[in-house]
Write a protein that binds this ligand. Structure first.
Ligand SMILES: C[S@@+](CC[C@H](N)C(=O)[O-])C[C@H]1O[C@@H](n2cnc3c(N)ncnc32)[C@H](O)[C@@H]1O
Length: 156
């Protein structure tokens, strides 16, 4: 995104060893002016860094159980000023959580490989965002590798 939109700047927030790898790749891509990294463990570090317009959680929430995801969304809400947004990008399940097939299979994989992770439905994310204090939650559908849509909400 930063390659395509030159006025955009971004921060990769991840565990320290992942930030080291990201920083090296950001440098190689010539994006050192627009992308930086912040080493952070969102399970143990108290506050997310603030000052951002958007938090993008891309294929992050499916790794964790519902209480962990709700806590992370709460921290995102605390970190964001008014008129900011959160974007959850995932393989979303339907409200019955029976499909689509790729989302259901990926969810099965997360159940097998993580402690508490699974794929969630768009209705679950919509409810969690509202409960965390976000407003105007909505779903934007698209077809991409690893995601079939985004659940977006804003701060007021
Ligand atoms: C499935 S990957 C998604 C990566 C990327 N956002 C994407 O869409 O391709 C999940 C990411 O969460 C990071 N992660 C796992 N536990 C974390 C934690 N406690 N704090 C911060 N990041 C964490 C992992 O290192 C990994 O980069």
């Amino acid at each position: 995104m930063c390659q395509r939109h030159r006025r955009l700047s971004a921060t990769v927030l991840d565990l320290p060893h992942v930030c080291d790898i990201a920083a090296e790749r950001i440098g190689r891509a010539g994006l050192g002016q627009s992308v930086d990294t912040v080493a952070h463990d969102f399970r143990t570090d108290e506050r997310l860094p603030g000052g951002y317009d958007v938090v993008l959680l891309s294929s992050v929430l499916h790794n964790w159980d519902e209480p962990t995801d709700r806590a992370l969304l709460g921290r995102c809400r605390t970190a964001l000023e008014p008129d900011a947004a959160v974007v959850i990008c995932e393989l979303l399940l339907n409200p019955e959580r029976t499909g689509p097939t790729d989302a259901a299979l990926m969810g099965l994989n997360m159940v097998a490989e993580t402690q508490g992770g699974r794929n969630y439905s768009e209705s679950q994310y919509l409810a969690w965002l509202t409960d965390a204090g976000f407003t105007e939650p909505r779903v934007i559908r698209f077809d991409a590798p690893g995601a079939n849509g985004a659940v977006v909400a804003v701060t007021r």
